[in-house]
Design a binder for this molecule. Structure first.
Ligand SMILES: Nc1ncnc2c1ncn2[C@@H]1O[C@H](COP(=O)(O)OP(=O)(O)OP(=O)(O)O)[C@@H](O)[C@H]1O
Length: 232
């Protein structure tokens, strides 16, 4: 197991948002986190990164217990985070946005990894362009490149295809598949496009009201289950 959550509860102020959340993700697997709006998917990602006000229970990466660790330490243990809405710094250049990721590297290297440039030729050709001028899809590539610059073994992706043109959704899916299947990076992703989630993931969990209400291998994610938990 590369990532294991055991009996996690997570809070904003005094309000618990997640309850009794436990799951393991095997190394190199892709886990899809599904659920309607507001059920706690983003909170789960933020909890893994140590970004909610408080959480109880345990979070382990490989053999290391990171439950009490601050966010920057979690990043150095190999968790890269691609937040919902991408959180690109629009006034900074493409190069500067990618370099931000290198601050979390364990090896202290501060140059842009070759992989980022190879994966995203548009970014490689526009390193000095202001990130705010990029399209949604290009900004998503930039957010992925920034996370890859940390040298992650696990990537958390919160709605990576949200607000992206349909023809680019497929392209982002292909990139994620390559990172997962060819480079062996473990993925945890929340995704509204069930088709993308099905195509990429090996396992799924469905959240409702802050708890896991269904889980299993993606091959067992039936239409009935989706109907019950995901349609409005
Ligand atoms: N910073 C915060 N402070 C207080 N409550 C919050 C905060 N962020 C989220 N919440 C609450 O936590 C609950 C879960 O929100 P969360 O964003 O995790 O859901 P989600 O499943 O990711 O939804 P969406 O798909 O709409 O992003 C909601 O009731 C929300 O109002």
């Amino acid at each position: 197991m590369v990532l294991a959550l055991d009996n996690i509860a997570s809070y904003y102020g005094k309000t618990p948002i997640l309850w009794n959340v436990s799951f393991d993700v095997p190394k190199g697997a892709c886990l899809a986190v599904l659920g309607r709006n507001g059920v706690g998917k983003t909170t789960l990602m933020r909890t893994i990164m140590g970004l909610t006000d408080r959480s109880t229970g345990s979070i382990r990466i490989a053999d290391t217990d990171l439950s009490g660790a601050p966010t920057h330490i979690r990043a150095t243990y190999g968790i890269g985070y691609i937040p919902q809405g991408r959180q690109i710094l629009g006034k900074f250049t493409v190069r500067e946005n990618i370099l931000l990721g290198t601050f979390a590297r364990k090896d202290g290297k501060e140059d842009i990894p070759e992989l980022c440039l190879k994966l995203f030729p548009y970014l490689a050709e526009n390193l000095n362009r202001r990130a705010g001028l990029l399209s949604g899809g290009q900004q998503q590539q930039l957010a992925i490149a920034r996370a890859l610059a940390t040298g992650p073994q696990i990537l958390l992706l919160d709605e990576p295809t949200e607000g992206i043109q349909p023809n680019i959704v497929h392209e982002i899916g292909q990139t994620l598949r390559m990172l997962n299947k060819e480079l062996g990076i473990t993925l945890i992703l929340t995704e509204q496009h069930i088709k993308v989630a099905r195509a990429l993931s090996d396992y799924f969990i469905i959240l409702d009201n802050g708890r896991i209400v269904a889980r299993g291998p993606t091959a067992e994610m039936s239409d009935a289950l989706i109907e019950k938990h995901l349609t409005i």
